[in-house]
Design a protein around this ligand. Structure first.
Ligand code: GLV
Ligand code: MN
Ligand code: MN
Length: 427
């Protein structure tokens, strides 16, 4: 019963098949055939952008690539030049990614606009769809680059960061055909946006457990990312007695287990991950002299996260001191918890209810472009159930019927959208 469609639902085509076909087409654009990887300013970034631009144009939008490599589509309202409701998500991926994290929200938005366009429906506001070029921060260890450029908060100093091959972001932008001195051109003024709305897979198991295809997001949890490096003394694996060693990798291993234990024993939802480690010189018969690794810390409240970060850094310092390793540790990214606007949450809830689904509100433990967009617009989010809550993994999966349910909710939301403070209810 809870999954039955409301008889007064808007009449539109079944959008699930188109969305899933495009998810698969985009999912085939990857650096490597064995696993999906599509990172910022690569050939695959360009190929994906071109395909998305073509879908935007066939949906009746004006579309272009902006100064940071985001794809931007605009569907005018009843008259040209009106402020817009911005929809979007990202189209970069982690390495070994699933196909749905990011693209689902972007492709659903395009399919919703295409449906309006087929019906000749124009609204009293414009709709813009933005495909953000870098949300994951994989290549340059600096996240939300696309949405920060749109929000006007892109930090120029990250242009000097280098990828694993030693290419700086500035050089990569030039190779891609973008001008690193004109990133400011991607920025939008708050007056141009009525709101930013993003549909995304849940990336967790809650909706599946509740047997619900969609949910209302309450807030996006904050995150801190750190880069740590430990330096000891490289040496011969066969000759240096164990007690005389200053093994940086063994020190890093102790830090990793300490972080895991610290977070595991926390009772208030703290999570900590070391997702990257590099040991040098990296040979079987050499004691590792230098190791760098990353740390990602998240918690339901900012106060809790900040306390945890201080505590974890202190524990790592103690390990380094005891093992006579020198330590360099820096915060590379910090985002506060970002709430979804109550007025948008209630419109998302209304659209879900009108589509015949039970309304359920849940927070997002994952980061999203809304964390940057909040600087220029109120944000709202819709979650779509994903199988087993699996994400950042090739097994990430959404049922076609759930993709369609998400599209129905988004379309209803768009067609009934009232800007902040405007009167009126659902039709
Ligand atoms: C993005 O997927 C993040 O939450 O790190
Ligand atoms: Mn992701
Ligand atoms: Mn994502």
């Amino acid at each position: 019963m809870s999954e039955m469609m409301d008889s007064s639902a808007a009449h539109h085509a079944f959008l699930g098949d188109e969305i899933v076909a495009r998810i698969n087409a985009l999912g085939a654009i990857s650096e490597t055939p064995e696993h999906l990887a599509r990172v910022f300013l690569t050939r695959e970034h360009r190929a994906a952008a071109d395909l998305i631009l073509s879908w935007m144009r066939s949906a009746g939008m004006q579309a272009h690539l902006d100064a940071i490599g985001n794809v931007c589509g605009r569907y005018e309202g009843e008259v040209a030049g009106l402020p817009c409701l911005m929809l979007g998500s990202h189209y970069d991926t982690v390495r070994g990614a699933g196909k749905w994290d990011g693209p689902l929200g972007l492709l659903t938005a395009i399919s919703c606009v295409a449906d309006l366009n087929r019906r000749g429906r124009r609204l009293p506001f414009a709709i813009e769809v933005t495909g953000f070029a870098d949300e994951e921060g994989v290549r340059f260890a600096s996240t939300l680059l696309g949405s920060r450029a749109v929000a006007g908060t892109f930090v120029e100093s990250v242009l000097g960061t280098r990828d694993e091959a030693g290419v700086s972001m500035r050089e990569a932008m030039l190779q891609f055909g973008l001008d690193p001195d004109h990133i400011g051109a991607a920025a939008r003024a708050p007056s141009e946006l009525l709101a930013y709305l993003e549909l995304h897979i849940e990336q967790g198991p809650v909706l599946e457990k509740l047997n619900l295809p969609v949910g209302v997001v309450s807030a996006i949890a904050g995150a801190t990312r750190l880069a740590a490096s430990l330096t000891g003394m490289a040496g011969h694996a066969g000759t240096v007695p164990m007690v005389l060693r200053r093994d940086a990798l063994a020190g890093a291993a102790e830090c990793i287990v300490e972080i895991e234990e610290f977070c595991r024993t926390d009772e208030d939802g703290l999570v900590g991950t070391v997702g990257y480690i590099h040991a040098m010189p990296g040979a079987t018969n050499v004691i590792p002299g230098e190791v760098s690794f990353t740390i990602d810390i998240r918690a339901p409240t900012d106060a809790h996260r900040k306390l945890a970060v201080t505590d974890i850094v202190r524990r790592i310092e103690n390990i380094a001191k005891r093992r006579k390793l020198s330590l360099q540790i820096d915060v590379t990214h910090e985002n506060r918890t970002v709430p979804c606007a109550p007025w948008l949450k209630s419109q998302v809830a209304e659209a879900i209810a009108r589509e015949g689904f039970r309304v359920f509100e849940l927070p997002s433990g994952a980061g999203h472009d809304g964390m940057a967009m909040i600087d220029i617009a109120d944000i709202g989010m819709i979650f779509v159930r994903c199988r087993g809550g699996i994400s950042h993994h090739p097994d990430e999966h959404v049922e076609t019927s759930d993709a369609d349910a998400g599209a129905r909710v988004l379309l209803r939301l768009i067609e009934n959208f009232r800007p902040r403070g405007a009167a009126g209810g659902a039709s």
